[in-house]
Design a protein around this ligand. Structure first.
Ligand code: FES
Length: 215
């Protein structure tokens, strides 16, 4: 039978489940790569703690200003960013804020104690679930402003290579991209000046991560 006579079967649209499968596989690869980097492995909680799915403690004292490290909580990639004064200033600039879809984090994508302009407890440190709210790919970290990379007029933030969604360095999504919501912020709090506990609320705070609109 020639191609011309073949029945045309429409290709199914990719679903969020399809992309989450890809994202999960990518997390595994990231985890394997991280074991090769001594600095990262020193900061990581031990494997049994991660596997248990409970809260994890993470040493943030060694994260370079302007840098990001990744860990895993409940099988999800977690991004932790040490933001510089310049980054914090940019997060409040009208040039940036006017381009965001939900600059005040009105949609429940974070705990109430992170519903602020920096979407965290301490402005210097950002904690995000690194899963794009479009179809679940893992966004890439591009902290430096650029005229052209990864997109024209880049101000610094996260770029999702799957369909081009963009987020700033507070995980706030830009308007006009496929992703509908800001990146989720997991429950977290400080258990020391340089240690953060991911997966647990601060004392006296109640927040159910399951109430997040889109993971
Ligand atoms: S999964 Fe589609 S833009 Fe991120």
């Amino acid at each position: 039978m020639s191609d011309a006579a073949s029945p045309q079967v429409p290709k199914p649209e990719p679903t969020r489940r399809d992309f989450l499968y890809v994202a999960t596989a990518a997390v595994g690869a990231v985890g394997a790569a991280a074991t090769l980097v001594p600095l990262i492995s020193q900061m990581e909680p031990d494997a049994s703690t991660i596997a248990a799915g409970g809260p994890i403690d993470f040493d943030i004292g060694k994260i370079e200003p302007g840098g990001q490290v990744r860990t895993t909580w409940r099988s999800r990639p977690i991004f932790i960013v040490h933001r510089t004064p310049a980054i914090l200033k940019e997060l409040q600039s009208q040039q940036l804020v006017s381009r965001l879809s939900d600059p005040t984090s009105s949609v429940r994508q974070q705990p109430p104690y992170a519903q602020n302009w920096h979407r965290s407890i301490k402005p210097e440190f950002l904690v995000l679930v690194g899963i794009c709210t479009h179809l679940g790919c893992i966004p890439m970290f591009y902290p430096q402003p650029s005229d052209s990379q990864p997109a024209a007029g880049w101000l610094g933030g996260y770029f999702c290579p799957c369909h081009g969604s963009k987020y700033d360095l507070a995980g706030r999504v830009f308007a006009g991209v496929p992703a509908p919501y800001n990146l989720p912020v997991p429950p977290h709090h400080y258990v020391g000046s340089d240690k953060i506990r991911i997966g647990e609320n601060p004392p006296g705070k109640t927040f159910d991560f399951g109430s997040i609109v889109q993971i």
